[in-house]
Design a binder for this molecule. Structure first.
Ligand SMILES: *[C@@H]1O[C@H](CO)[C@@H](O)[C@H](O)[C@H]1NC(C)=O
Ligand SMILES: *[C@@H]1O[C@H](CO)[C@@H](O)[C@H](O)[C@H]1NC(C)=O
Ligand SMILES: *[C@@H]1O[C@H](CO)[C@@H](O)[C@H](O)[C@H]1NC(C)=O
Ligand SMILES: *[C@@H]1O[C@H](CO)[C@@H](O)[C@H](O)[C@H]1NC(C)=O
Ligand SMILES: *[C@@H]1O[C@H](CO)[C@@H](O)[C@H](O)[C@H]1NC(C)=O
Ligand SMILES: *[C@@H]1O[C@H](CO)[C@@H](O)[C@H](O)[C@H]1NC(C)=O
Ligand SMILES: *[C@@H]1O[C@H](CO)[C@@H](O)[C@H](O)[C@H]1NC(C)=O
Ligand SMILES: *[C@@H]1O[C@H](CO)[C@@H](O)[C@H](O)[C@H]1NC(C)=O
Ligand SMILES: *[C@@H]1O[C@H](CO)[C@@H](O)[C@H](O)[C@H]1NC(C)=O
Ligand SMILES: *[C@@H]1O[C@H](CO)[C@@H](O)[C@H](O)[C@H]1NC(C)=O
Ligand SMILES: *[C@@H]1O[C@H](CO)[C@@H](O)[C@H](O)[C@H]1NC(C)=O
Length: 454
């Protein structure tokens, strides 16, 4: 979505003179004012408030999973700035998409939904519980119950048959990618289990987090030594021996913050050590700009090849860094510098579009400001990197003991068989369509990336 029209650029540059944002990372008022503008831009992609749009979904070409990412960002927005303006809108969206079994597998998505897609909505619900976000009415399932439902249905899909464990990327057999076990699906489960453990105090979730970690480590999706990297995934052929070694910032973030939650809850040294190892290796996602360390999506940004999905990864990575910094407090100095420098870079990129404060993809080119890219991912990433500067001004994520009011439903989500069996009687045409859709995603993922090696 690169704007190339010279005329449009000229107009937006004129407007930007009047309306560009200005950030002082020490001044909460400027952070709040900037984030309000950026959040407004984010919601311009929301479909639910447009004629004929579906509640909870964002406009084409943004997939359903990314909406789950965006609601997670906005839940934190309401919490960080103690601002209720968007609460009814977010709540309506989060509850409209729960699906008939309250587990975030709504019928409309069931032909294409993968474990990671479901995981993103589950993590948004977990965030709602931890931020004490306005509770659903008592006839509806709670935020915590939704997160538990996602956990329960994901663990039920744990696949012993191939490679001795792990989650496949896809939920449904007819989707391409069903033969792939990836870090984001397993990372979502690990991360969600860690957060459920800390929130509920139930050690069963710790056992699951350990199971996922050990499997990912055993198969080689996590590397150790000088570099603790998280690789993209692995095909099940040959007992999962051929790792696809792309590195994405959000995968590093899922594992990093998951370890931070586990350490905060269990106080076991190994999780402390893993947190620091993953944090040190997260340096590959920062570019040194005259002493400033600015976040970038290393596997695609330099090649101008980031797709719509990948352009939002810095959002979740920023969120997970913010959480890590409060849960393992001695990570704060490193993360503080990364977020401050990156927020400054992001603010510098938010000079585009007709509103004059549309955010760009690259935060590292300080001579151009806005780089011509725009979209839900760009907007969400800028919002998250800036709003996470508030992590240290607001209470840490709540638990059931410290102020969270969301009620547990430990057995939720099992309305239908939590297996790989299709819930719909699809005809051949529907199956083929879904297969092609994911195949195209698969090809663009592989086609546009390079290995990231130190
Ligand atoms: C923070 O920024 C606001 C808005 O620009 C300004 O009015 C205020 O004086 C600043 N506060 C401090 C302490 O600099
Ligand atoms: C609350 O959020 C809305 C929407 O982002 C924004 O317009 C408003 O200025 C915010 N109010 C305060 C006090 O931050
Ligand atoms: C499912 O799709 C239909 C048709 O587009 C729409 O009316 C409905 O609101 C959607 N439901 C959900 C939960 O997205
Ligand atoms: C703890 O979590 C496990 C796994 O979801 C669940 O089966 C069990 O019922 C939970 N225990 C309590 C006391 O909630
Ligand atoms: C297959 O891989 C799994 C996971 O790494 C491992 O536990 C198992 O021993 C391997 N099996 C064989 C036959 O190599
Ligand atoms: C490993 O995967 C790559 C990329 O998917 C493929 O090109 C290569 O042939 C595979 N190698 C083996 C030994 O299967
Ligand atoms: C954690 O790291 C410290 C320092 O490197 C080391 O001494 C300790 O054995 C490690 N603990 C575990 C459980 O790996
Ligand atoms: C870094 O500093 C050099 C020398 O002062 C300057 O020429 C260059 O433009 C600076 N680069 C950035 C990105 O600020
Ligand atoms: C857990 O997080 C809280 C909140 O930030 C912090 O005060 C506490 O020190 C952390 N616990 C450990 C063991 O680091
Ligand atoms: C910054 O953008 C300008 C204009 O597009 C380009 O010429 C320059 O190479 C870019 N610099 C970096 C470091 O990417
Ligand atoms: C959480 O929300 C409940 C219900 O709205 C409220 O009673 C409680 O005071 C809130 N807790 C905190 C810590 O704000």
């Amino acid at each position: 979505m690169k704007i190339t029209s010279i005329a449009l650029l000229a107009i937006s540059h004129l407007l930007s003179l009047a309306q560009a944002i200005w950030l002082d990372t020490n001044n909460v008022t400027t952070i709040q004012m900037d984030c309000a503008l950026i959040a407004e831009g984010l919601l311009s992609y929301y479909e639910g408030s447009k004629y004929g749009g579906t509640i909870g979904e964002f406009t084409w070409p943004y997939y359903w999973w990314e909406a789950g990412g965006a609601w997670g960002s906005l839940i934190d927005y309401t919490y960080f700035f103690e601002n209720d303006t968007y609460v009814p809108l977010i709540k309506e969206a989060m509850l409209y998409q729960v699906g008939k079994d309250n587990n975030y597998i709504p019928l409309n998505q069931s032909t294409t939904e993968g474990n990671d897609d479901q995981g993103f909505w589950g993590i948004a619900a977990m965030g709602a519980a931890e931020r004490n976000f306005s509770n659903p009415d008592s006839d509806k399932i709670s935020w915590l119950g939704l997160a538990q439902a996602v956990f329960n249905t994901m663990t039920a899909r744990w696949d012993h048959a191939d490679c001795n464990g792990g989650l496949r990327w896809q939920i449904f057999q007819w989707n391409s990618g069903y033969d792939y076990k990836n870090s984001v699906s397993n990372g979502c489960l690990f991360h969600l289990a860690a957060r459920l453990a800390r929130y509920t105090g139930n050690d069963s979730y710790v056992e699951w987090a350990e199971r996922v970690w050990d499997w990912m480590y055993g198969v080689g999706l996590l590397t150790e030594g000088d570099s603790w990297f998280v690789y993209d995934g692995v095909k099940i052929d040959n007992n999962c021996s051929n790792i696809t070694k792309f590195q994405w910032s959000y995968n590093q973030g899922f594992m990093l913050a998951g370890c931070a939650y586990l350490y905060n809850y269990t106080e076991e040294e190994k999780w402390y050590n893993y947190t620091h190892h993953l944090l040190n290796s997260a340096r590959v996602f920062f570019r040194n700009m005259n002493g400033s360390e600015v976040m970038f999506e290393a596997a695609c940004q330099d090649y101008n090849s980031c797709n719509d999905d990948q352009r939002s990864f810095k959002a979740y990575f920023s969120r997970f860094l913010g959480l890590t910094s409060v849960l393992v407090p001695d990570t704060q100095p490193t993360i503080y510098k990364w977020l401050v420098d990156s927020a400054n870079g992001a603010a510098g990129s938010c000079t585009g579009g007709l509103d004059g404060h549309t955010c760009g993809l690259s935060w590292t080119n300080w001579t151009v400001g806005w780089d011509g890219y725009y979209g839900l991912g760009e907007q969400m990433s800028a919002l998250e990197v800036m709003q996470n500067l508030m992590s240290w001004h607001r209470p840490p994520p709540y638990t059931a003991e410290t102020g969270g009011s969301s009620q547990p439903h430990p057995a939720s989500g099992y309305g239908t068989a939590p297996s790989n069996t299709p819930p719909l009687d699809l005809d051949a045409g529907d199956k083929a369509g879904a297969g092609i859709l994911t195949a195209v995603i698969g090809i663009s993922l592989v086609g546009c990336c390079v290995w990231l090696l130190l």
